[in-house]
Design a protein around this ligand. Structure first.
Ligand code: PLP
Length: 418
């Protein structure tokens, strides 16, 4: 007799579903499909040789340390490097403010474990990052949402949602996943102000901030928050300018700038919060791989990472431009899309009546794939949008894939009554 496992799963698993992204990623393995579905970086940009050399160096010089258990906080030189890197962003932190995580996905899970009681309300953007929704559903969170537009979160609509008493807000200010939009400077200030007034903390998820192709770098929320506490205004010309404390937990990752297979991310937070994160992480995995942290540090140090990120930006900018031009050429009237200034994604909105999940089925028949928008909405109710990734396909594939998708969209939109 087989074990009736379904009686044994914890209640919280009832709201866990298999992610459509993961299901769709299976399709990308079919060589005939041009997939704009995954959030994958361009693999040809991974600095494989630098990793090879760094791995040998780490094993030769520090082999026994690299293969030993280590502290939960993370490898000190890597945390120092992050502190220095964050300093260039205007975040004045010390190593006590930094915890290395196994990808920023672990940071999201860890924050859920640390902060969410069953039934707690979490305020997110609408749409928002699927991985966060998934992680927090497992802690039995409820979601309230505020829409985004081309300037990011509609901060003017925030107050009503805040009256519901959310535990925290989850915001992706730069080149949002999935929307591709960036929170404007004015809205950042207004957001900090309102979060402060309502006493609601912000989780700032920033995996893409370094991948800005054009326009001016905007200060992270964590910096504006520190400035507000300091009674100072951000001055674009005058960095560094603030010290670290406050109402924001910031997180980022090496996944998009070095390689996602490393599974390396980090949290920046007030030292007391980091101490709680450390206790929480201990139950998850004791610490992030010592070997990988040491290798990543060896690769990233001495300016290599900064130079490498420049190269990534150039390649992704070109791919974004090719995708945007192809969309203008091939997509029918009535379809709108965002024009991201960085990152990996753009967001397409179809006429209200269309369901992008049904369009995906037609698209797969035309051998092209994307992620239907409904998956990025906590309630799954908005169905006429989808996400496209432009970092992972070669320029010719982007042109061909968008032409195929244009054909699919013409097929579904033109027969619609006017
Ligand atoms: C907004 C956002 N947060 C977190 C993650 C997780 O990144 P990782 O766990 O690879 O660091 C991703 C990955 O795509 C993301 O888009």
């Amino acid at each position: 007799m087989s074990t009736p496992w379904h009686h044994r799963y914890a209640q919280r698993t009832q709201r866990m579903g298999s992610s459509m992204i993961r299901e769709l990623l299976k399709l990308t393995e079919r060589p005939d499909i041009i997939s704009f579905a995954g959030g994958l970086p361009a693999p040809e940009l991974f600095p494989v040789e630098a990793f090879e050399a760094a791995s040998s160096r780490v094993l030769r010089q520090h082999g026994s340390k690299a293969l030993q258990y280590s502290t939960t906080e993370g490898y000190l030189p890597l945390r120092e490097l992050i502190v220095e890197k964050m300093g260039r962003y205007g975040i004045e932190a010390s190593v006590d403010n930094v915890l290395i995580t196994s990808g920023s996905q672990q940071a999201l899970d860890l924050i859920g474990k640390l902060l969410i009681n069953p039934g707690d309300l979490i305020l997110t953007e609408r749409p928002s990052y699927l991985g966060a929704l998934q992680a927090w559903r497992a802690y039995q969170a409820e979601f309230s949402t505020v829409p985004i537009d081309d300037d990011g979160l509609r901060v003017d609509m925030l107050e009503e949602a805040l009256c519901g008493g959310p535990k925290f807000m989850y915001v992706l200010p730069n080149f949002q996943n999935p929307g591709g939009v960036t929170l404007s400077y004015e809205r950042r200030l207004a957001l900090i102000d309102i979060a402060d007034r309502y006493g609601v903390p912000i989780i700032e998820d920033d995996p893409y901030g370094e991948l800005r192709f054009e326009g001016e770098h905007l200060p992270p929320l964590v910096v504006l928050d520190a400035d507000k506490l300091n009674g100072r205004q951000y001055n674009f010309q005058n960095e560094p300018h603030s010290y670290f404390k406050g109402n924001v937990i910031y997180m980022s990752t090496f996944s998009k700038t070095l390689a996602p297979g490393l599974r390396l991310g980090w949290i920046v937070a007030p030292a007391s919060v980091i101490q709680h994160c450390v206790m929480t992480k201990q139950g998850m995995d004791l610490h992030t791989s010592s070997f990988i942290q040491m290798v990543a540090y060896e690769v990233a140090k001495d300016g290599f990472l900064t130079e490498h990120v420049r190269q990534i930006r150039d390649v992704y900018r070109e791919r974004r431009d090719i995708m945007l031009a192809a969309m203008s050429e091939h997509f029918p009237p009535g379809v709108r899309w965002t024009r991201p200034e960085g990152g990996l994604f753009l967001w397409v909105t179809l006429p209200d009546e269309l369901d992008s999940t049904a369009v995906l089925e037609a698209a797969i028949n035309h051998k092209v794939a994307f992620v239907p928008g409904a998956t990025f909405y906590p309630d799954g109710n908005t169905r006429n949008s989808f996400r496209l990734n432009f970092s992972n396909a070669q320029p010719e594939q982007i042109q061909e894939g968008i032409a195929r998708l244009g054909q699919v969209l013409h097929n579904v939109i033109e027969p619609m009554p006017v």
